[in-house]
Each structure stands twice: as structure tokens, then as C-alpha cells.
Design a protein around this ligand. Structure first.
Ligand code: FE
Length: 368
């Protein structure tokens, strides 16, 4: 019977005292409960080749602690999500990548549908991460896993817009908000993910009507990133906009007086509290299709589920941990959400299922 890694392997106490190499070798060997990738011979090197779309200073501690604890050296390639996906495709079976970290469900599901990941089996991940924040399970296991969540919230101009008029996503398409709505591109992965889950809640026909209504309500053509939407609300150009929570948290924690002035003017709503809950997206990871250091990659994914790593991984970018029972102390997140809120719980596999449909709808309704 295969021996499973126990969650306590990466407890904060153990992380502090580096394990001996022989113990680690035994643990690595024991955790191999899945057939090796057929395409490449497994390596016994103590190396992990990581392609990461995360660029947060706190992640350095995370990587250093993994190396100190396991003796596995991390070679990191930093790029954005699109850069990583195209690099993996170009490298094909010659890719040195073992583990991929991306920051959005639409991108994770796209990379998965393009065959860039491989399934893994890990009892530790099965037990600790909610199934709705992972890829669908097949007989071979699960490909991607979410390690932190971010909410897609509504920001509004406190001087001009009533909170009650913008406390659901559906109201962004209501004629009462005509000329007020701003978003980044509808095709941006954050919006593709949101609209993909809205299809699950409202059905296709109503979702297309909703998207058309949003276009009719726009204050300007979609442009910029999420932070630009927050600033455009504060400047009065837009009455209401969509943003991920970590951009709000960054502005709240900023020492720049301009950012503070911006945040004075905008209100934040966690939408759909009385219905399906606020849309949650993920940052997550997967083992690369042609990983040579597959076991090290699985070990790293299991490490990311430890309370120690969850704290760094999520809090480093002002996000929430995905592991059940792990909490973080982040004042900005607490302040903006009031401590607790209702989050959407449907499987993020909806994004894999619906994102092409959403793109076609966006094209039909003229949502750029
Ligand atoms: Fe982002």
C-alpha cells in the first residue's frame, strides 16, 4: 500500500528544523503513488524547475524554506501567464518545466485543455483543498489545484451611486446604471472566469442578455487593468466597476497619499450576498506534462498546502488560503469584507466548460 505524505510534514515546526536528506529521499519515494509520466524518464536530481507567473516578494521565503527543508533546489523561470503557456507549447516534450504556477482559473483551464499539464494523485491535496477549487478528477487524478482565492468585487463612487443599486453582478446590466459601468476588457481572463460561472447560475440566454446590458451601461469602452478601474471610479469617470480584491487591498495598504485619497472615495461591495455569493477566482499550480522531476513537483504542491506556505502564498498577494481551516491575519482583507462574506461555491471547472461560449457572446454583443 502506498504510504501517503502526512500534512504534518510541512508543519511550521518541522519547516523550521530542516529534515535530513535521507528522510526526505524516503518521503519522496513513498509519495510516488502514481505511474511515472510515460514520456520522460524520471530524474533523481534534487531539483525543481518552476515556471511561475507570481511575482511577489514574500514568495522568496516560501521557495527558500522549501529548499532548506527538502534539499531540493528550485530553478525558477518568471513570466506572465500567457508567456508561460506559449513557452510550454514551444518547448513541447523538451520542456524542462516540472511545476507551473498561474494566477487565474481561465488560464489554468486553458493550459489544461491544451494538454500542458499531467494528472497527479495526492491524498494530502485531496483531503486539504476543496474539490470546487481544483480540476475535475479522473481515474488518473487531478491536474490543477487552487492554492489561494481572490474575490471579484464591485467598487462604486460613494458620492454618486447607492450601494443598493450595485450589490449584485446582475445590476451592472440594469438600465438604472446606464452610463456608469467600467471594466477592463471582457476577454480578460478575470472577466472570462466571472462570466463563465454566471452562465452556471443564470443559463446561457440570460447571461448573453446580461452582457449586452453591461455594454449598454458602459461609461467608456473597456480599457486598462483592475487598478485603473478603481482610479476611474474615484476620479468620477465611472460610477461603478469590477476589480479583484487584491488590487483593492494593495491600494488600502499603500503609503502613497494619492492611493489613500482614491480609497476614501470608493465603496466596495461583495456582490450577490443574498443569492449565489461573490465570484471567487484562484491562483494555482499543476505538474507540467513532461516534468522530469515529477515527484519533487508533487512534493512542492503538497508543501504549498501547508499552513506555513498557505500563509505566505495567499497573504503575499492579499488573498485567502484555500486549505480548509487555515486563516490569515490580513487587516485590509478583513476591513473590506467585514470579516466574513458569502462566496460562490460552484466548481471552477465551469470556467473550462464555458469560456469559449463566453468569448463568442462577448463578440456578439460587442463587449471588447
Ligand atoms: Fe491580477
Amino acid at each position: 500500500m502506498p504510504v501517503q505524505l502526512k500534512p504534518k510534514l510541512f508543519s511550521p515546526a518541522l519547516v523550521k528544523s530542516a529534515l535530513s536528506l535521507s528522510i526526505i529521499s524516503a518521503i519522496c519515494a513513498a509519495s510516488l503513488n502514481v505511474a511515472q509520466a510515460q514520456t520522460s524518464a524520471p530524474s533523481t536530481e534534487k531539483v525543481l524547475n518552476l515556471y511561475s507567473a507570481r511575482h511577489y516578494a514574500t514568495d522568496e521565503t516560501l521557495y527558500a524554506t522549501f529548499t532548506k527543508t527538502t534539499g531540493i533546489k528550485i530553478n525558477r523561470v518568471d513570466s506572465d501567464d500567457a508567456g508561460i503557456i506559449s513557452r510550454l507549447k514551444a518547448e513541447g516534450s523538451a520542456s524542462p518545466a516540472d511545476l507551473i504556477l498561474l494566477v487565474d482559473a481561465a488560464r489554468l483551464t486553458k493550459a489544461d485543455s491544451e494538454g500542458l499539464f499531467q494528472p497527479i494523485k495526492s491524498k494530502l491535496l485531496d483531503d486539504s483543498i476543496p474539490a470546487n477549487l481544483r480540476s475535475a478528477a479522473t481515474k488518473d487524478g487531478v491536474t490543477w489545484t487552487g492554492f489561494s482565492t481572490r474575490a471579484r468585487v464591485i467598487v462604486y463612487d460613494k458620492a454618486k451611486v447607492k450601494k443598493d443599486d450595485v450589490d449584485t453582478y446582475e445590476e451592472l446590466a440594469d438600465p438604472k446604471n446606464k452610463g456608469k459601468v467600467c471594466t477592463r476588457s471582457g476577454s480578460h481572463p478575470y472577466n472570462l472566469s466571472l462570466f463563465s460561472t454566471i452562465i452556471e447560475h443564470m443559463g446561457e440566454a440570460k447571461t448573453e442578455t446580461f452582457l449586452k446590458g453591461m455594454v449598454d451601461n458602459m461609461a467608456r469602452a473597456p480599457k486598462g487593468g483592475d487598478t485603473d478601474q478603481i482610479k476611474a471610479v474615484a476620479s468620477g469617470e465611472c460610477g461603478v466597476a469590477l476589480t479583484n480584491t487584491y488590487y483593492v487591498a494593495r491600494m488600502m495598504r499603500s503609503t502613497n497619499p494619492e492611493d489613500r485619497a482614491t480609497m476614501e472615495k470608493v465603496g466596495i461591495v461583495f456582490p450577490n450576498q443574498s443569492t449565489w455569493g461573490t465570484h471567487m477566482n484562484i491562483a494555482g499550480g499543476a505538474v507540467a506534462k513532461y516534468a522530469k522531476n515529477r515527484d519533487n513537483a508533487i512534493l512542492f504542491m503538497e508543501y504549498l498546502a501547508s499552513p506555513f506556505a498557505q500563509n505566505h502564498f495567499a497573504n503575499g498577494n492579499n488573498e485567502w488560503p484555500t486549505v480548509k481551516g487555515v486563516t490569515i491575519d490580513n487587516t485590509a482583507l478583513k476591513t473590506m469584507s467585514g470579516g466574513a462574506f458569502k462566496s460562490e461555491t460552484i466548481p471552477l471547472t465551469a470556467v473550462a466548460k464555458n469560456q469559449i461560449k463566453v468569448q463568442q457572446m462577448l463578440d456578439r454583443v460587442g463587449y471588447k
